[in-house]
Design a protein around this ligand. Structure first.
Ligand code: NAD
Ligand code: UDP
Length: 331
């Protein structure tokens, strides 16, 4: 049985579907701070059976102890945490508190119950301004904002925990830019308020909820002047977690993987691809660069392919179509 913390969130819910498809049992804990309980019903519709769910905070060791007592947990996938870069600058204490203390609580309870396998949602943000592209796992890490620093610190904490207990198996998964949604249109990315990220902003312009997209910067040294990122379909990303869980079953110790496609698309390429899918509904204007943004970021995905047998297969059209389909369904 696998414990998914934050399993009703965007990436956690898609991972739940892939785990179910691969035959894994799982249980979810989520405090609904950034998700809705309806996601549980949607997951049950997709999977076709009831889901075991605990509403609660991962910092609360009593509820963790209850979960570990009531379920035979042999691995934890830790998605729960706050993830908005801008908000983390305004609320660093909340970010350090939630992201780090959830991890520590899990490690303590795992130790109590002798659970050894842990998958952590890290991020490409830990590479900061990488020296060259593509980005390899052994590149230097750094952070430019409190959110990124929580990821960096947690990676360090997990490395220290592993040094102290070599019987732990830990996968640090560094996600590039997850986009897209499950083909059912039932689950997807549904941020509160005005989205910070590109794809949810585009979908809201396409459905008339927002007037136009501001493209932050058209003077970067890139193919068309706009920022380049490695967008990965969330269902591919979810599959990466199944592969990581399988890897941990072989007791590899602490392992680090990029989860990306290896291909960078510019903002304009994203907009154009989306416009083909939705019939030119995405208006845009060029705006100044967003402070803190980097020009280009894409992964070398080879290590995950070689060691996990993981390769993203869904293309840009799949990413745009599924995002649009989810947004229309949730209009
Ligand atoms: P999300 O906000 O959709 O999901 C996180 C879930 O965790 C939410 O359902 C929220 O309610 C829950 N949660 C937060 N704090 C909690 C707590 N203390 N106790 C219980 N539940 C709690 O985010 P997501 O996009 O699915 O991201 C999942 C993880 O992946 C996060 O750790 C995030 O930092 C990381 N990540 C995300 C991206 C991205 O672009 N989405 C990129 C890199 C890394
Ligand atoms: N972006 C943009 N307008 C928006 C949101 C994002 O032009 O409203 C650009 C941003 O500058 C970056 C790319 O889209 O080049 C991806 O941004 P996102 O915030 O989704 O991911 P991140 O920057 O964290 O990789």
């Amino acid at each position: 049985m696998i414990l998914l913390t934050g399993g009703l969130g965007y990436i956690g819910s898609h991972t739940a579907v892939e785990l179910a498809e691969a035959g894994y049992d799982f249980v979810i804990i989520d405090n609904l701070s950034n998700s809705k309980i309806e996601v549980k019903d949607k997951l049950e519709q997709i999977i076709g059976s009831p889901i075991k769910f605990y509403k609660g905070d991962v910092q609360n060791e009593e509820i963790l102890t209850k979960i570990f007592t009531e379920n035979d947990i042999d691995a934890v996938i830790h998605f729960a945490g706050y993830k908005a870069v801008g908000e983390s600058v305004a609320k660093p204490i909340e970010y350090y508190d939630n992201n780090i203390n959830t991890t520590l609580a899990l490690l303590r309870v795992m130790r109590k119950f002798n659970v050894k396998n842990f998958v952590f949602s890290s991020s490409a943000t830990v590479y900061g301004r990488a020296k060259s592209m593509p980005i390899y796992e052994d590149f230097e890490v750094s952070a430019t904002n409190p959110y990124g620093r929580t990821k960096l610190f947690i990676e360090e904490i997990l490395k220290d925990a592993y040094v102290a207990d070599n019987s732990l198996n830990i996968a640090l998964l560094r996600y590039f830019n997850p986009v897209g949604a499950h083909k059912s249109g039932l689950i997807g990315e549904n941020p509160n308020g005005i989205p910070n990220n590109l794809m949810p902003y585009i979908t809201r312009v396409a459905t008339g909820k927002l007037d136009h997209l501001n493209i932050f910067g058209n003077d970067y040294p890139t193919k068309d002047g706009t920022g380049v990122r490695d967008y990965i379909h969330v269902c591919d990303l979810a599959l990466g977690h199944v592969k990581a869980v399988k890897k941990l079953e072989t007791a590899p110790g602490l392992v680090v993987y990029n989860l990306g496609t290896g291909t960078g698309y510019s903002v304009l390429e994203m907009v154009n691809a989306f416009n083909e899918v939705c019939g030119n509904k995405v208006k845009y204007e060029f705006a100044p660069r967003r402070p803190g943004d980097i020009d280009v970021c894409y992964a070398c995905p080879d290590k995950a392919e070689k060691e996990l047998g993981f390769k993203a297969t869904r293309n840009l059209k799949d990413m745009c179509e599924s995002s649009y389909n989810f947004e229309i369904n949730n209009k």
